[in-house]
Design a protein around this ligand. Structure first.
Ligand SMILES: Cc1ncc(COP(=O)(O)O)c(C=O)c1O
Length: 389
């Protein structure tokens, strides 16, 4: 399936983010094997399913055993709810102006909402009154992230307010870990301590808390003691574990393009803005019509490898020179048989010989750019069509 974007017909552009939903399904299943029976798995499909397509990712994860879907924006929650998927949905990030219009409908659809401040509680309560139903609320506790969430000293006051509000039903209490991708960092245990005492105080006010959850991918992989009632996995489900692991996970996105031209140049030929690279021998250069406007990070220039599929097979070729807005250059080597039109793999699984040459991974591109795989995946821009394999 190709999702067209306005103004440009994707049939006329070679760049594709090819999504393999079976990778998401199998990754989800593999993560599920780490969980005790009483622990549910929430597939985090915010940011358009980390760039993979929210509905595609959600359906694939449900097939792999996810029974929850998590998104930041209520608008995403609404789109999920309308798709009538077999999973409970949680949304956690909204502000008053847009929330006033969207939250009543979100609640009408049976979506759970997070509350991270007294003002958010008031908004949700009002929306629930309008929707004529009780809102299922997960109280977000700020245990050190310093973003969304009530502070531990506010717990009793929030608990009392929720208990006394006929439009509110406490469905859960949750927090988000700052440093779970570094298992040696004591910050995680400090957060857990704060979280546990906040949950005890909340339970004092409202009774037993149905769902406690705090584990992201890293904590799901490394801290079984933090699985509690629900884990919220994002990046690992898309095939990029944030910590070393034996759990078999494979990338679900492959970014591809096609060579626009191939030309032979002599030694000392400069390539790209700023001339950060010149050829060190006679060679053949391939022009690939994909650049930072498609989501490649310019900071990753001149560090990664692509794979070109030619008549003679798959060949690894370094990306050379600065990444431009719409194009990059790869060094095909002096004897390459590559021709304009040949397929190029920027990252992901080329789907050829498993022992054959591999393109850099999204993790490699991230490292080269000084960022994380999350940003590489979610940066693939709207002008790159998603194609579900
Ligand atoms: C609140 C929340 N929970 C869970 C996740 C999933 O994190 P990860 O992708 O590291 O598994 C995210 C993503 O950033 C998040 O914002």
């Amino acid at each position: 399936m190709t999702i067209p974007i306005p103004a440009e017909d994707p049939r006329h552009v070679p760049n594709r983010a090819v999504i393999d939903p079976s990778a998401i399904t199998e990754n989800t299943r593999a993560l599920g094997t780490l969980l005790e029976e009483q622990t549910a798995l929430m597939a985090v499909v915010k940011a358009d399913g980390y760039g993979h397509g929210m509905l595609t990712a959600a359906r694939a994860a449900i097939e792999g055993g996810a029974t929850w879907l998590g998104v930041a924006h209520p608008a995403s929650a609404l789109a999920l709810a309308r798709a009538d998927l077999d999973a409970q949905i949680l949304t956690w990030l909204f502000e008053p102006r847009t929330a006033r219009t969207v939250l009543p409908e979100v609640l009408s659809q049976g979506v759970d909402v997070s509350v991270g401040s007294p003002e958010m509680l008031a908004l949700v309560s009002e929306a629930a009154r309008q929707a004529e139903r009780r809102a299922r609320v997960h109280l977000k506790i700020d245990t050190g992230m310093g973003r969304n969430g009530v502070l531990p000293w506010q717990i009793r006051e929030m608990g009392a307010a929720m208990r006394e509000d006929e439009h509110i039903q406490v469905a859960g209490a949750w927090t988000h870990l700052t440093s779970a991708d570094d298992p040696d960092d004591p910050a995680t245990d400090q957060q857990v301590e704060l979280y546990d005492s906040a949950c005890a105080a909340l339970a004092d006010e409202v009774g037993p808390i149905p769902l406690q959850h705090l584990a992201n991918s890293a904590a799901t992989l490394t801290r079984p003691d933090l699985h509690r009632d629900l884990v919220r996995t994002g990046i690992a489900m898309y095939g990029y574990p944030p910590v070393p692991t034996d759990v078999p996970l494979r990338p679900a996105m492959t970014l591809t393009s096609r060579l626009a031209l191939v030309k032979e140049v002599g030694e000392g030929h400069s390539i790209g803005y700023g001339r950060i690279r010149s050829t060190d021998r006679r060679t053949r250069l391939g022009l690939v019509p994909i650049g930072y406007a498609d989501g490649l990070h310019r900071a990753a220039s001149d560090q990664c490898h692509l794979v070109v599929r030619t008549d003679s097979g798959d060949h690894r070729a370094p990306q050379v020179g600065r990444i431009s807005m719409d194009q990059i250059v790869i060094d095909l080597g002096p004897d390459s048989d590559a021709r304009a039109g040949d397929q190029v793999f920027v990252f992901g699984d080329a789907g050829g010989d498993p022992n054959g040459p591999a393109a850099s991974t999204a993790e490699d591109w991230a490292r080269a750019a000084g960022t994380i795989s999350y940003e590489v995946l979610t940066s693939v821009s709207g002008r790159v069509s998603r194609e579900v394999r």
